[in-house]
Ligand binder design. Sequence first.
Ligand code: ADP
Ligand code: ADP
Ligand code: ZN
Length: 216
Amino acid sequence: MNIILLGPPGAGKGTQARFLEEKRGMIQLSTGDMLRAAIKRGEPLGLEAKKLMDAGTLVPDSLMIQMIENRIAQPDCGKGFILDGFPRTVPQAEALDKMLAAKNKRLDAVIELEVDEAALIERVSGRYTCAKCGAGYHDKFKPTKVPGVCDACGNKEFTRRPDDNAETMKTRLKAFHEQTAPIIPYYQQKGLLHAIDGMADMDQVQASIEAILNKI
Ligand code: ADP
Ligand code: ADP
Ligand code: ZN
């Protein structure tokens, strides 16, 4: 099964993608994580993307489409993938349709996480990630069980994203409304869209997603 998790920054896409990886053995394809990995490795693509990401604006479609096309071609994606953060524009959605058709693959569902704007700012402001295994946490909503120690791997170093602040969030939310929201009717017309309440607890959101996927 191949799905898209769609929603504004901080909606819970990464959190839910990780649940699905554990529960269903699907593969999370996060374009944000791929870009941050390219920055860490000092790749030219990363350097180009970093300025845009730090400002909260989107990276050009051509780069993102190429990145996802290369990733989807890898054999592990045959287990089913979860797109997290892609597509973010109508041209990206159109390119995805073409590349999937060319590989005889298809999308089974697009799940939209609906979350209030004030909650999104609170969510990204408290977000932190294990520097070793990438497990995601939140100061208030999902702290580590032992303060300062990753539940999953025991590591003691964490990272916070430079773009996870109230100021940059304004630009990121604007980009979501202007450039990403138009893909919602795009998928609605294809009969693939399922909107769920992303304001609920993480476990409840997970249950809503499971209920949708179990019907497919
Ligand atoms: P969030 O999880 O908060 O929505 P991401 O980690 O998905 O954020 O993305 C971080 C940044 O990476 C975006 O603000 C944008 O600059 C860039 N980015 C990630 N995915 C895409 C994409 N599909 N198209 C364009 N830019 C992207
Ligand atoms: P996205 O990938 O959509 O940007 P994340 O999954 O990284 O969002 O979630 C953003 C932050 O909010 C993280 O710190 C995460 O722990 C927290 N979070 C995720 N889902 C919920 C939820 N349902 N309720 C409260 N906090 C949540
Ligand atoms: Zn860890």
